[in-house]
Design a protein around this ligand. Sequence first.
Ligand code: 13P
Ligand code: SF4
Length: 359
Amino acid sequence: MTRDTNEIELIKEELVKRTSPTLTIYDIDANAELVHDILALKKKHNVLMLGHNYMEPLVFGLSDENEKGDSLGLSMSASKTDSEYIIFNGVPFMAETAKILNMSKRVFVADKSAGCSLADEFTPEDVLRLKELNPGVPVMTYINTYADVKAECDVCCTSANAQDIAMRMPGDSIIFVPDIYFAQNLKEELGDKKKIIYPNGNGDGVKGAICEVHEMFTLEDIRLVRDSFGIEKENPDGMIYVHWECKPEVLREADFFGSTTQIRKDIAQRVSEGSLKKAFIASECELTSNLMQEFPTVEFWTACYVRCQHMAKVTLKGIHDVLVAIDSGSDLSEYEILIDEEVARRANRSINKMMELSV
Ligand code: 13P
Ligand code: SF4
């Protein structure tokens, strides 16, 4: 690709302007050409580049503002696009959702081998077993599952809308799969309003799954952060944010829990009111890196040993490889998300049901 020196300098200036505490001048010098080439090819092929909040800052910055977000926001963006090509900077179950919503479009991920401990550990047979044991009870699947699981369920949800969707489904019970901690948290939040049935909740022999990243946070960690960082309960100066996928005792100890975008929005609100001074986020560490850049007045504590190894597989080089393959008309099968038409049609019903109940 031909590169104008001025253009590279402009990209560097842009990156420096972001004043991201986790981006050094060395990262910028080493990656400016790659960022330039990716942005040029993205524009040339009118690619929608969706970026999950867990992407490292240089990757996250490739997406426009309305292309960044949590699982719910990205599914919404995917459902509205005119672009023929979608590159999903996230893990394959997320890209599958974009594909199901756009079967005529071509959807790619930089590394199809990236998994997710929730999606990888749960099968359509597990759903069928739970249905057999609980006849007539609707099944709600967390979006962190593959299309074949969604195809067996009645409705989908994300961490941004699980409570609302559960309450809007008919009946006094709902089966929630596959995340056991999430199910327990939902059960606690909904109390008597809805009975939550979940894998292995009553010795049904269905294993269920846990997020290998969020399970790392313990109650002791959260208390330690409170003590050593001086974040007091009920004091709006400091906040401990946790994701729904954490253990119930961790949620109970937090000041706020929600999806990645809900956490971001709460921070934005508090910053605009001038109250938030420090924050700790019990979630994937690059979420904090991106928030540090967006909210420089807040002092964040990070836990950068808590990195999702699957999300980390999405790199600038991998994204560039996808775009070069698109540009040269090469075989794209290494990157392309393909789903059987019938499975996609059935999975689409549960995603559409979520969209319908989300409004
Ligand atoms: P969000 O929908 O909150 O972005 O979460 C997705 C995820 O995989 C969390 O680990
Ligand atoms: Fe899956 Fe957990 Fe990684 Fe999210 S953070 S993609 S739930 S393994």
